[in-house]
Design a protein around this ligand. Structure first.
Ligand code: GDP
Ligand code: IMO
Ligand code: MG
Length: 438
């Protein structure tokens, strides 16, 4: 009856999808617990690329029941097109289940997302404009519509009309936009989307608990990441849900005692899409090289990701916030050929050295990274399949991360393909060295 959480430890796009796909081998059910189609999780199988936004990354494994949990916000149009996309590529989606308690993204959410960003001007967050923030805001306001409302036309209509009274007033009077038509939205959601989604809607809390009670292993798949977390991220430059491991409980309906493993996923360096603080950000040739070698353009929006060195101060904070039991590190191959690989081991904040992540936004903004320079490697790691195949300098790099964090690096990605990974440390945690001395 154990559950495992897979959580991003940086700002997203760490490679969660590919490690969920890998861990799905040992699992019977994969549950997405938060976020929506702001996510883009990529899995590459025999050269064929699957980019998933809503359906859990376990779906490519026939034995998996993929579940969209109550904590997710669902745009039905996107879910239907994802089901169709997978179906047309020969993937069985008949086992997909979506919680009736998951909130719906409605057309006004997407419109408001874009308008709010436009009005913020230079202060914009750089959201994905998918309507995620406005949908979660309505959930918190208790003004949201849920997936189960699609199955109850009377309730859907009444809630939609109540919501539109408020939304249309805001759209017209604040943003000078045309009002949205209730009939048009009701037609789309009730006539087109509802019949398509009805077979997939389920009481997912019961489903998950029946699986746990039957001794099955459940994997909880996070979207976004620790530093995009609404509570623990670099607020306000965050998403509107809780990607951290605590969100896995509320977003799926299980208590923390079920969770026995928390796999924190990180890149061998760092990237961020959208605005917000990023202490180890690179603006030089090394950054361009990371973007080029790592193809660092968003799966979802195509935006160039901001590159930087691995930040162990942030990673240690992520390990704490999520109670990580182990790490999975992706994209080691992208560092091939760097003469020196830098890792941030502390910050200088106003002349003071610290290994703790500053709690105050202003201090984080002023934090200057203090680096440890480690020797790079010239040979490609791409063909490595076992720890012994890795160049010694790459092993030293990963061992340095393990020592700093006091956690095993369980898996290492050496290429995007499903089988391009190494089990780096199948054993127990190394002893942490004092971060100050690292
Ligand atoms: P997610 O959102 O955390 O699932 O990550 P994304 O799929 O958005 O971004 C990760 C990108 O890196 C995708 O294009 C993956 O195919 C790719 N990727 C994952 N692991 C590796 C790896 O070990 N090496 C390389 N070169 N690419 C990887
Ligand atoms: P995955 O699951 C990277 C970022 C956006 C923006 C901020 C808020 O693929 O790792 P939102 O649309 O959520 O209100 O945008 O969060 N963001 C992501 N960045 N990967 C993601 O998902 C992201 N989802 C949202 O770029 O800065
Ligand atoms: Mg992604």
């Amino acid at each position: 009856m154990p559950a495992t959480v897979v959580v991003g430890t940086q700002w997203g796009d760490e490679g969660k999808g590919r490690f969920v796909d890998l861990l799905a081998k040992e699992t019977q059910m994969v549950v997405r617990y938060q976020g929506g189609h702001n996510a883009g999780h990529t899995i590459v199988v025999d050269g064929e690329k699957f980019a998933l936004q809503l359906i859990p990354s376990g779906v490519l494994n026939d034995h998996i029941i993929p579940v969209i949990g109550n904590g997710v916000v669902v745009d039905p149009r996107v879910l239907i097109s994802e089901l169709d996309m997978l179906g047309s590529r020969g993937v069985d989606t008949s086992q997909v289940r979506v919680s009736g308690n998951a909130h719906l993204i409605l057309p006004y959410h997407q419109e408001m997302d874009a308008l709010i960003e436009r009005y913020l001007g230079d202060n914009r967050l750089g959201t994905t404009k998918r309507g995620i923030g406005p949908a979660y805001a309505d959930k918190a306001l208790r003004a949201g519509l849920r997936v189960q409302d699609l199955m109850d036309p009377g309730a859907f209509r009444a809630k939609l009309e109540a919501a539109l009274r408020d939304k249309n007033a805001t759209l017209a009077r604040v943003y000078n936009r045309l009002p949205l038509d209730a009939d048009e939205i009701a037609h789309l959601y009730l006539e087109e989307y509802a019949p398509r989604l009805a077979p997939y809607v389920a009481d997912t809390v019961t489903l998950i608990h029946e699986a746990l009670e039957a001794g099955q292993h459940v994997l909880l798949e996070g979207a976004q990441a620790t530093f995009l977390d609404l509570d623990h991220g670099t607020y306000p430059f965050v998403t509107s849900s809780n990607p951290t491991a605590g969100g896995a409980c509320t977003g799926s309906g299980i208590g923390p005692r079920h969770i026995t493993r928390v796999v924190g996923v990180a890149k061998a360096y760092a990237t961020r899409v959208g605005a917000g603080p990023f202490p180890t950000e690179l603006f030089d040739e090394a950054g361009d090289r990371i973007v080029e070698q790592g193809h660092e353009f968003g799966t979802n929006t195509g935006r160039r990701r901001r590159p930087g060195w691995l930040d162990l101060v942030m990673l240690r904070q992520a390990v704490r916030l999520n109670s990580c039991s182990e790490l999975a590190i992706a994209k080691l191959d992208v560092l091939d050929g760097f003469e020196t690989v830098r890792v941030c081991v502390a910050y200088d904040v106003d002349g003071r050295r610290t290994t703790s992540l500053p709690d105050l936004q202003g201090e984080l903004g002023r934090a200057d990274p203090i680096y440890e320079d480690l020797p790079g490697w010239t040979a490609s790691v791409r063909r490595a399949r076992e720890r012994g195949d890795l160049p010694p300098a790459a092993v030293d790099y990963l061992a340095f991360v393990e020592r700093y964090l006091g956690l095993p690096v369980r898996y290492v990605g050496v290429g995007p393909e499903r089988d391009e990974y190494v089990v780096f440390n199948g054993g127990s945690a190394p002893l942490a060295v004092s971060p100050a001395g690292a």
